[in-house]
Design a protein around this ligand. Structure first.
Ligand code: ADP
Ligand code: MG
Length: 248
């Protein structure tokens, strides 16, 4: 099963869920309409208090139902928090590249990997990070219609792990770059406009950040920074969460 399939399955599930919710919302909304109309007539026609109270009770119970439906929906689409474990970042990068192989067919794209040596382990959700790297690289491939080179590099700084993806594809205009993380923003025929949104969510949930740099017609560089949490774990005195630094 490719990551692409998983990605689109998720999307289908979401579409189905949204359709289901819209359907469920229909009945209570209808009922609310009828009851407010009744209430209006009851008040205008000077009906008994009891009738008005009944209508209000019906309205309140329908509102409660709507509240439940909306809350369930929000819970369903809320992303799962990362399951953190010690992992080798270079391996996750390699896995992501491997997952990309099917997309490489019939493309004149070369991947150049340069993985830093002596990398310490990182606290990460392997599956989620692999998905994030995959989404970034897929964008790079799609930006290199007429072929090109995708550089994938890992680096280590005092405070961060760095994963850099550099392509020499179409690049982005300033406007496109400003909107790249917007949900549903896409410049592609069959794009979802959700790829980078997911990447940013995953990276942020790892305490990291993502940076874009792009020049139209030249290419794009995506940098993903992840905190070196291993220092935090080792140097942090017990129970002093708020004193977390990067260990320097
Ligand atoms: P999708 O790939 O489905 O369009 P994404 O969220 O992955 O959605 O990307 C949003 C948009 O950002 C893309 O449609 C494209 O315009 C732009 N983009 C992202 N990565 C690159 C890249 N490496 N090169 C050029 N444009 C990019
Ligand atoms: Mg994409």
């Amino acid at each position: 099963k490719t990551l692409e399939m998983i990605e689109s399955e998720k999307l289908n599930a979401l579409t189905l869920l949204a359709a289901g919710v819209a359907h469920e919302l229909g009945n209570p909304l209808n009922s609310l309409q009828i009851h407010t109309e009744l209430l209006q007539r009851e008040l205008a026609g000077k009906k008994t208090r009891a009738e008005v109270v009944d209508s209000l009770a019906a309205i309140r119970s329908e509102l409660q139902r709507l509240d439940v439906i909306v809350n369930q929906f929000l819970r369903a689409i809320r992303p799962s928090p990362p399951k953190l474990a010690w992992a080798a970042l270079n391996e996750i990068v390699r896995d992501a590249v491997e997952f990309l192989t099917p997309q490489m067919e019939n493309r004149d794209v070369l991947i150049e990997m340069e993985l830093a040596k002596g990398m310490p382990m990182v606290r990460a959700d392997r599956d989620q990070l692999r998905q994030a790297f995959f989404n970034v690289m897929k964008n790079a491939l799609e930006a290199m219609d007429r072929g090109g080179i995708l550089e994938v590099r890992t680096e280590l700084s005092d405070s961060h792990f760095l994963v850099v993806f550099r392509d020499n594809g179409s690049g982005m205009s300033a406007t496109e770059m400003g909107r790249a993380f917007e949900p549903y923003f896409t410049t592609k025929q069959s794009g979802t406009g959700l790829g980078l949104l997911v990447v940013r969510r995953i990276v942020r949930e790892h305490g990291g950040e993502i940076q874009l740099e792009s020049r139209e017609g030249k290419g794009t560089t995506v940098r993903i920074l992840l905190p070196r949490s291993e220092r935090r774990v080792r140097l942090l005195p017990m129970g002093s969460e708020q004193m977390v630094g990067d260990g320097k």
